[in-house]
Structures are given as structure tokens and as C-alpha cells.
Design a protein around this ligand. Structure first.
Ligand code: ATP
Length: 235
């Protein structure tokens, strides 16, 4: 499992994460919900080595320490991040974007298998393999970002707001895909503003408020929690 304890992140004088602890058991979907600026992205970025956690923090994946590693090394441990805002390369084709996601692949076969996996999950990407990333629709770019994060066949996938900016129909599709990825054996740590959809598919959930975890429990329990309903589910 992924285990974060006392995870703290500061940007200059601002403490964005104040010693949070969370667990993501193997094979499960765990979600982190919370308002803008609560520290959700910072959590994923700290785990993946994109930002430095404070010294007192610990993060382990399958009992191996991840803190202090760079993002490439974290990926080598089987932990991948699909960042917020898609971050695909707009001037490269779909196929080129996928290939770049496979920089950690150890052989040509592995790379080809990754591309095949992305195309099987998202047939739309296959149809558009020669199209420039920047000309894809929002939903297609999101598919490409998820496909790219899966290129190295990670065991743990961390998704940062995969439904952001998508039309309702596509939002539904994204959540179905997350469930499918999980059913295929991947462990998922999901950050979402769409609390309702995230809690519905999550085995377990944490609510983050200004850098602290204020509530946690099984996804469907939090769906019925009056505090969650009033703060995150529109009353
Ligand atoms: P959102 O849902 O809006 O993406 P979030 O819950 O993911 O928010 P974070 O992006 O983790 O929140 O930000 C937590 C806090 O840290 C915010 O107050 C934010 O302004 C601050 N922060 C994030 N990144 C930086 C940075 N690089 N430099 C300075 N402050 C930052």
C-alpha cells in the first residue's frame, strides 16, 4: 500500500500541507476531495517527487521509501502521476505524446504494449494518433493524459482532477474509465473537485481542508455525511 505519514509541504512561508496521513491499500480506489487550495495537488506532487516534502514527512509505497526520490525514480517504483490541467504536448501528435510517456519503458516491446494499452482503453486516440495534441477536444486531451500516465504500466496511478473542464457526458466516461483501470488491477489515488462522482467510486475517501484532513471514511459513508453534503455536494 501507499502510506503517507505526517506529510507536510511548504512553499516559502506558506504551509500548504500540515502533516497529513493517508493510506491507499493495494487494488483500491482512494479519493482526496476538498475545496480550491486545500492542498490536494500538493499531496500528489509531494508523493511523486515534484515538490519537496518537509523533513518530518514519510511516504512509502510497498514499504519502500519514496521521499527524496525524483519523479523518474518514483515512476520506476511503479507510481505514476497524471497531472492536473492535462499537460500534454500540444505540438506533438497523439502517438508522440504517448511515446514520451513511455520514457521509462525498458524495451521497444514494453513501449508498444503501452501504446496498445492506451489505444484499447481509448479507441478514439487510435483513430487520432496523427493528430496534434493541441487540436484534440478537452475530453480527448484528458484521455491522452491518462493514456500517457499508464504507458509504463504503473501499479499505482495518481490522477489529479481528471474530470476538470469536461462536459457531463465525458465526466461520466472518465469515471467509468477509472473504475475500469482499477478493475484491471491498478491502485488509484484520485484527486477530485467533483466530490459526488469521486465518492461514488471510491473505496475510501479523505476530506482535505486548508492542508489538514478533517474527515475520512468509506466513499459511500461520506456521501451520506451531512458535513460533506453541505460543504461539497451542493447542500
Ligand atoms: P485546486 O483544487 O485549486 O487545484 P488544491 O487542493 O490542489 O487546489 P494545491 O494546488 O495543493 O491545492 O495548493 C495548496 C496551497 O498551496 C494553495 O494555497 C496554493 O496557492 C499554494 N501553492 C501551490 N503551489 C504553490 C507554489 N508553487 N508556490 C507557492 N504556493 C503554492
Amino acid at each position: 500500500m501507499l502510506k503517507a505519514e505526517n506529510l507536510s509541504v511548504s512553499y516559502g512561508g506558506i504551509q500548504a500541507l500540515r502533516g497529513i496521513s493517508l493510506e491507499v491499500p493495494l487494488g483500491k480506489i482512494v479519493t482526496l476531495i476538498g475545496a480550491n487550495g486545500a492542498g490536494k495537488s500538493s499531496t500528489l506532487r509531494a508523493i511523486s517527487g515534484l515538490v519537496k516534502a518537509r523533513r518530518e514527512s514519510t511516504v512509502t509505497w510497498k514499504e519502500k521509501n519514496l521521499l527524496g526520490l525524483n519523479p523518474e525514480q518514483v515512476l520506476e517504483h511503479g507510481v505514476a502521476l497524471c497531472p492536473e490541467g492535462r499537460r500534454i504536448f500540444p505540438h506533438l501528435t497523439v502517438l508522440e505524446n504517448l511515446r514520451l510517456g513511455g520514457y521509462g519503458c525498458k524495451s521497444k516491446e514494453e513501449l508498444e504494449a503501452g501504446i496498445e494499452r492506451a489505444y484499447t482503453l481509448f479507441p478514439r486516440l487510435k483513430e487520432r494518433s496523427w493528430q496534434k495534441g493541441g487540436t484534440l477536444s478537452g475530453g480527448e486531451q484528458q484521455m491522452l493524459a491518462v493514456g500517457r500516465a499508464l504507458m509504463s504500466d504503473p501499479e499505482l496511478v495518481m490522477l489529479d482532477e481528471p474530470s476538470m473542464g469536461l462536459a457531463p457526458k465525458l465526466v461520466e466516461e472518465v469515471f467509468e474509465i477509472i473504475e475500469q483501470i482499477n478493475a484491471e488491477g491498478k491502485t488509484v489515488l484520485l484527486v477530485e473537485q467533483n466530490a459526488f462522482a469521486a465518492l461514488r467510486i471510491a473505496d475510501y475517501a479523505y476530506v482535505l481542508e486548508v492542508g489538514e484532513i478533517t474527515l475520512e471514511g468509506p466513499g459511500n459513508t461520506l456521501l451520506d455525511d451531512p458535513r460533506v453534503i453541505s460543504a461539497y455536494l451542493g447542500g
